[in-house]
Design a protein around this ligand. Structure first.
Ligand SMILES: [Zn+2]
Ligand SMILES: [Zn+2]
Length: 124
């Protein structure tokens, strides 16, 4: 739902999002709260789920192609993003990686620790 931003520097319509903690509606063009949004409108936004999604969760999950499931992404000793279950590399966008790190970061593991079981060496 498009909402008109009344900030002087903006005056654009955007899919503004309701911050459910502060009950401010945040313009997605200028990232500032929009003051002229009525309470009923805010409730409507909430019921539509047009709200600010806070917090990249600490356990950060992405689809692992090897597991074919959403897995927790962790950092290995080489700072690579990998699947917590199978240690397959999971590629994420560098900017996204930075965003996660700013929000608490990835869990770190050392893949050398666990790979003791049966490491199948491929014959040449
Ligand atoms: Zn704006
Ligand atoms: Zn996996």
């Amino acid at each position: 739902m498009l909402i008109y931003c009344d900030n002087k520097s903006c005056k654009k319509e955007s899919i503004a999002l309701l911050d459910t903690e502060t009950m401010d509606v945040i313009c997605q063009e200028c990232q500032k709260p929009i003051s002229n949004v009525s309470e009923p409108m805010k409730r409507t936004l909430k019921s539509f789920g047009q709200i600010v999604r806070k917090s990249i969760k600490r356990a950060f999950m992405l689809l692992c192609r090897s597991c074919r499931a959403d897995r927790v992404v962790v950092l290995d000793q080489n700072n690579n993003t990998i699947c917590e279950e199978c240690y397959s590399p999971i590629e994420i966008h560098p900017a996204f990686k930075i965003a996660v790190e700013e929000n608490g970061g990835f869990k770190k593991i050392n893949t050398q620790d666990k790979k003791t079981k049966k490491k199948v060496k491929r014959a040449k």
